[in-house]
Design a protein around this ligand. Structure first.
Ligand code: SF4
Length: 300
């Protein structure tokens, strides 16, 4: 494994690494302040993405293969080894399976990587982010894993309705419905007591539609206190053709509407300093919204 590019930002380091077989992957090491306070390493689960949804720029990269658990662990070890402190001495250390690839399509290696990570750092928190692929066995394994590990789950909604959701995928892979995601959220909450994270992509067709989407979501995702919605405002990757982000005022109104439905909400900065690129690991802060909304930290 060889680092071929390392980008330093205020709150992250972004790695481009060549693996033993010559394939290249990208991952990031993030902090909000100091790594002894808050530290999140975001790693890929596959090389290329077979789902290819509109949520991130990875939809432009063809699927090549899934990563092995040992390779995922090695990425985290690489980042940790460069920081000079141990995750055991961090108040918050998490590994997020949030980079390129769909974790549920590589579920056995992901579960094995989780076990390896816990062996190294027993207090590690883990977050799995999925587009919600229709794979009953993977979802069942994930829910079983939630009872054994300190695991957070996130699903990309991709739209306000099932029709929008299904149209947000370039591949032929079938997704589960919004209602099924809501059922999983209720089960996840009954197992862990934690909220299910929902990542909502705002696309061009949503501009000006305040008053529609939150009604739909409010009916499906009940009770609202079991769910956390983070709003992902479009893309700087040109995923959705002709996209330009809605104004912050529009987003603010939309936020307030979701909060009034009882949802905990947060925001992914589209082009902000925290957006680290294809890994999609932007942390949820927004100065315009902070004044009158209680934004919630994404990883807890
Ligand atoms: S969000 Fe996940 S499923 Fe969608 S293109 Fe990116 S890596 Fe693939």
């Amino acid at each position: 494994m060889q680092i071929i590019k390392l980008i330093h930002g205020n709150e992250y380091e972004r790695y481009v690494v060549r693996l033993g077989d010559g394939n290249v992957v990208e991952f990031s090491d993030n902090t909000r302040s100091l790594r002894d306070k808050h530290w999140v390493v975001c790693i890929p689960t596959q090389i290329g993405c077979g789902v290819r949804c509109y949520m991130c720029g990875s939809n432009q990269i063809d699927f090549k293969r899934s990563l092995l658990s040992r390779e995922m662990l090695n990425l985290v070890e690489l980042a940790v080894g460069r920081q000079g402190i141990s995750p055991d001495n961090s108040e918050f250390f998490a590994v997020s399976f949030l980079g390129i690839g769909e974790p549920t399509l590589n579920i056995n290696e992901v579960l094995s990587a989780m076990a390896l990570l816990e062996k190294n750092w027993p207090a590690v928190r883990m977050i799995i982010s999925s587009a919600g692929v229709n794979c009953r066995q993977s979802i069942s394994l994930l829910l079983q894993a939630a009872s054994r590990h300190n695991l957070g789950l996130q699903f990309s909604l991709l739209g306000f309705t099932d029709k929008e959701r299904m149209a947000s995928v370039k591949s032929n892979i079938k997704l589960i419905t919004l209602s099924r995601i809501a059922e999983i959220g209720r089960e996840f909450h009954s197992i862990t007591g934690r909220k299910l994270y929902l990542d909502l992509l705002v696309k061009p067709e949503h501009r000006g539609k305040i008053g529609l989407g939150e009604e739909e979501l409010g009916k499906i995702f009940t009770p609202a206190e079991y769910f956390h919605i983070s709003v992902n405002i479009g893309s700087k990757f040109g995923n959705a053709p002709g996209f330009s982000p809605p104004s912050s005022d529009l987003v603010r109104k939309w936020f307030i509407a979701l909060k009034q439905k009882g949802f905990e909400v947060a925001y992914h900065a589209p082009l902000g300093t925290n957006d680290v690129g294809n890994n999609g690991c932007g942390i949820v802060t927004c100065p315009q919204l902070a004044a009158d909304l209680t934004t919630t930290q994404k990883f807890r």
